[in-house]
Design a protein around this ligand. Structure first.
Ligand code: FAD
Length: 338
């Protein structure tokens, strides 16, 4: 069912994900992206904060660029469950009619965005890597890899509102804090009691063993098929340890069973945005590039001067990784006194 009166829908919203009283980095990144979209549309940017005891986070939402914050603070929302969060966000959208709603492409964001978009009967573009807007048509330009990552598709939601998108963490920069920036707070009731919800959270068990937080790493030393075997990741580990970095990998290395899938960077792995990304024996297939090409500095080590990774690299070392990597590690150790 298409929305008849598109003009009724105004404003850009960012759903604020949080845990332990802290706003998730992806929500801060989206406030930055949302601000740009709102400015181009000459409209307001709002954060949407759902949870229990969320009051303390409101100033941070303003400091990252919001003009308004919609708040539903209710003990029922203490931990994420699909039904009460969908209920809360759906009702807010129905009442205040934003034209754009953005969320992180996290486990929570993927669940909630799908449920809310279905209830609203509007479109949702999942896993965007770029956002822009056409101020004339007011259409959100939602770009994401398509057809196995071989092309980047820009998707439009022409006849329905709001235009909804999830965006991958770490593909957009965080906006700087603007101390003392403030705005309007709009508080609403959830209107749902614990008895109305079929699911209960009995216990939260922390995941053990997954020590890799690639999306937060500042230095990543990633290896690909060029390594030729699991044992050669040792070379990369030495370089990573020297620099205080973490390992990463291409899908080819993961599929060969050389390293666990937790380390995979790319379209079907993690999107990363470290300060320095070493791509070692990685050719730079588009599905790998979409997961790392916004890194601040990219160092490619490859024996093929025509490998696609060379085109996106800040620095390229053309040569045999088995010679280059130990020499680099040695040099860094000397420089860093390790
Ligand atoms: P290759 O492409 O084989 O490249 C190996 C490189 O090593 C070459 O450039 C070679 O010159 C170099 N080399 C070899 N020996 C040496 C040496 N001694 N010294 C220096 N250089 C050397 N891939 C991902 O990485 N992440 C993803 O999330 C991902 N998702 C995908 C999703 C879909 C739907 C599909 C279809 C594919 C996906 N892929 C993904 C796979 C991707 O298309 C490539 O196949 C993969 O990235 C290739 O990995 P690679 O660069 O390690 O291997």
């Amino acid at each position: 069912m298409a929305v008849k009166n598109l003009e009724e829908y105004q404003g850009v919203w960012v759903f604020i994900e949080h845990s332990g009283g802290e706003i998730a980095p992806v929500s801060r990144e989206l406030l930055g992206a949302g601000r740009k979209v709102a400015d181009k549309l000459k409209t307001e940017l709002a954060g949407v904060l759902l949870g229990s005891k969320v009051e303390e986070m409101i100033p941070e939402v303003f400091a990252r660029g919001a003009d308004k914050v919609y708040v539903i603070d209710d003990p029922v929302l203490e931990q994420y469950r699909t039904k009460p969060f969908t209920h809360g966000l759906f009702n807010l959208v129905q009442k205040y009619k934003p034209e754009v709603v953005l969320m992180g492409a996290t486990t929570l964001g993927r669940d909630l965005s799908g449920a809310v978009a279905t209830k609203l009967e509007t479109g949702l573009t999942a896993d965007c890597t770029e956002l822009d807007v056409d101020p004339k048509s007011r259409l959100l330009l939602q770009t994401r890899p398509a057809f196995g990552g071989n092309i980047m598709a820009t998707i439009l939601c022409r006849r329905h509102r709001p235009q909804m998108a999830t965006v991958r963490p770490r593909v957009m920069p965080e906006p700087p804090r603007q101390e003392g920036r403030t705005g309007q707070v709009i508080r609403e009731e959830l209107g749902l009691r614990e008895e109305d919800i079929e699911t209960q959270i009995v216990e939260v068990i922390e995941e053990k063993g997954k020590a890799v937080y690639l999306d937060k790493a500042e230095i990543i030393v990633a290896g690909g098929r060029g390594l030729g075997g699991a044992e050669n990741f040792k070379l990369l580990e030495e370089l990573a340890d020297t620099l205080g970095g973490t390992l990463g990998a291409s899908r080819a290395a993961v599929e060969a069973g050389w390293i666990s899938a937790d380390y995979q960077v790319g379209q079907t792995g993690t999107t990363v945005r470290p300060k320095v990304y070493f791509a070692i024996g990685i050719s730079g297939a588009i599905q790998h590039l979409v997961g790392m090409q916004t890194s601040d500095v990219i160092v490619a080590i490859n024996k093929d001067p025509d490998a696609p990774i060379i085109k996106v690299a800040t620095y390229s070392i053309i040569g045999d990784l088995f010679k280059v990597v130990p020499a680099l590690t040695q040099r860094f150790r000397e420089k860093l006194g390790k």
